[in-house]
Design a protein around this ligand. Structure first.
Ligand code: ATP
Length: 439
């Protein structure tokens, strides 16, 4: 596919974002709140489609996976046992001149990146948000906003085994909000203090963890390319031993070539049996797995593919942005994978002519039962096609005066701009087929 721009043009994405309603600054009328963002009408559909594509791939299409949805607030002992109270911190230093604070593992020098002043010695800053539960604000009522969704899965391990009778190897998937009081958030939705994760804890027999780590790394990488990210813009990076999180003995990052450089989209870690062991010890509960074949009790090892929903959305979006000459102007096209596009089908009557409207509304009513559909009758048909191209709508269905006689509509493909006449009676199965297999 021809590309007329370097991919990943952040300015274009930001202007499109606000103008068309993908992402807005949070509480904008009050001047916003540092690095927090709201997904608008189109952004929420894009994000929902990314989550659906992930859920389909890792839960619905696999026999060895189930889902769950745990509460954000958990017993605070969870975070003591998991090691987060002690270890979930970044090194932070304050500038002696301007008093700004920085995450020092991101910096190349000991000088303040804002004013050049001297930075104090770094200290560890815990990233967990704290709040209080109930009417009394004392240490006994203090709880944390979860910094990862994973712990909600570990503490439910035996509940899931007992209720589903799953045998190893099997995994539990979850999508949900996580909160980290990042010292230096930034780069739009890439690093925020409130974000969404899509995480899997995949439980395996000890000794098979190495091969399962490898298999999940390949599966997850393939998912990003299946949904449209160019392989050249993805790479794998294995963590050096001094970089591993406190619970991991091996880890690969899937990185995307963002406009500011390579950065993590998803981490796939071998978490060993660390978490289940810690929770068994701290809670006094037996969290071992009983292997019916070998008659042994043991703690499974865990492979954890952990991705950020917001980072995936941003990467799919940046990678899809394209522009091409169109007469005297430029056509902006979001070449999103058809299943990720915020709007799947646009229903476009040729004009607002009263004779066309009833048929157009009827076609729209049929379409919206099956697809995310938008009805647009404002301005010329050419401009409406451009508007749909810009938000990545893969299929436009045009209802014209011939439709009234021949009961056919024109279906236009976003990428080739090819148009074909399709009988209204066949429209749903034809579009379902194109959505599944492409044009
Ligand atoms: P980073 O090194 O970028 O801080 P991390 O290694 O701490 O990330 P993990 O703990 O592995 O991140 O979290 C898993 C995933 O959650 C990340 O790959 C990322 O997609 C997402 N994520 C983590 N922190 C944030 C954040 N502050 N904003 C948005 N997404 C995040």
């Amino acid at each position: 596919m021809a590309r007329h721009l370097p991919y990943g043009d952040m300015d274009k994405i930001l202007s499109l974002s606000k103008r068309r309603g993908f992402v807005f600054q949070s509480s904008e009328i009050y001047g916003g709140l540092g690095s927090t963002w709201d997904y608008g009408p189109l952004g929420v559909e894009l994000k929902r489609h990314v989550k659906e594509a992930w859920w389909r791939s890792v839960v619905l299409e696999r026999d060895d996976m189930v889902g769950q949805d745990a509460a954000i607030l958990m017993n605070p002992q969870v975070w003591v046992a998991s090691g987060h109270v002690e270890n979930f911190s970044d090194p932070m230093a304050e500038c002696s001149s301007c008093h700004r604070r920085f995450r020092t593992d991101d910096l190349d020098s000991k000088l303040c990146p804002e004013c050049g002043g001297e930075l104090a010695d770094p200290r560890q800053f815990n990233l967990m948000f704290k709040t209080f539960m109930g009417p009394v604000e004392d240490t006994a009522s203090q709880v944390y906003l979860r910094p990862e969704t994973a712990q909600g899965i570990f503490v439910n391990f035996t509940n899931v085994v007992n209720s589903t009778r799953k045998k190893l190897p099997f995994g539990i998937a979850q999508i949900g909000k996580a909160f980290r009081n990042e010292i230096t958030p930034g780069n739009f939705t890439f690093r925020t203090r409130e974000f969404e994760q899509m995480e899997i804890e995949y439980f395996v027999k000890p000794g098979t963890n190495g091969e399962w780590l490898h298999s999940w790394v390949q599966d997850r990488l393939a998912w990003y390319t299946e949904y449209g990210i160019r392989p050249d813009n993805l790479r794998l990076r294995r963590h050096a031993s001094d970089e591993l999180a406190h619970y991991a003995n091996d880890c690969y990052d899937i990185e995307y070539r963002f406009p500011w450089g390579w950065a993590e989209l998803e981490g796939i870690a071998d978490r060993t049996d660390y978490d289940l062991r810690q929770h068994a010890e701290a809670s006094g509960q037996d969290l071992q797995y009983f292997d019916e074949e070998t008659k042994e009790h043991y703690f499974p090892y865990v492979i954890e593919p952990s991705g950020g929903v917001d980072r995936a959305v941003l990467a799919f979006w940046l990678d899809a942005y394209d522009e091409e000459p169109d007469g005297d102007t430029v056509r902006a096209v979001l070449r999103l994978h058809r299943k990720l596009s915020p709007v799947t089908v646009a229903a476009l009557p040729l004009s607002r002519n009263a004779k066309l409207v009833p048929t157009a509304r009827e076609v729209y009513a049929q379409l919206r039962r099956h697809f995310t559909t938008q009805y647009d009758d404002a301005q010329s048909i050419g401009r409406r096609y451009r508007r749909q191209d810009e938000i990545g709508t893969p299929f436009c269905v045009t209802i014209d005066f011939d439709t009234l006689d021949d009961k056919q509509v024109t279906v236009r493909d976003r990428d080739t701009m090819h148009q074909s006449r399709i009988p209204i009676a066949d429209l749903i199965p034809v579009l379902q087929d194109k959505l599944e297999h492409g044009w």
